[in-house]
Design a protein around this ligand. Structure first.
Ligand SMILES: [Zn+2]
Length: 122
């Protein structure tokens, strides 16, 4: 009786982990695109922690990527809205710095990558 319960518990646990894993892999982006004044100036891997000082004519923004999330931790813009925006990790989420015309956007190409691998293996 007790063993059965443990067995069911283990199965439920695995099902839960699998569901969570699918959710994480499907909705989380794996790259951030940084564009300034409509032009892409940089793109970084979300999987690698890094800190990057983005400088351009109108000023600078300090981009931080940690634990798969991107955020602006410092900027010399007058409104500081970008600094106060929450960190982003899902495909399509953006951090915008209007005074600097800066857009940081999460893009996901994990699925595209997997499709690519499939095409190669076939
Ligand atoms: Zn700003």
């Amino acid at each position: 009786m007790k063993k059965d319960l443990i067995f069911v518990g283990v199965i439920l646990l695995f099902a839960g982990i699998l569901l969570m894993w699918q959710k994480v892999t499907s909705s989380n982006g794996n790259r951030v695109l940084v564009s300034q004044d409509g032009e892409v100036i940089a793109s970084y891997d979300l999987d690698c922690d890094r800190e990057e000082l983005l400088t351009f004519e109108s000023g600078c923004n300090y981009l931080k990527i940690t634990a798969g999330k991107a955020s602006i931790v410092q900027a010399d813009c007058p409104d500081q809205i970008c600094v106060h925006q929450p960190s982003i990790c899902h495909v399509g989420e953006t951090i915008i710095c209007l005074p600097h015309k800066l857009v940081v956007e999460v893009t996901g190409n994990k699925e595209q990558k997997e499709e690519g691998y499939d095409a190669i293996s076939q």
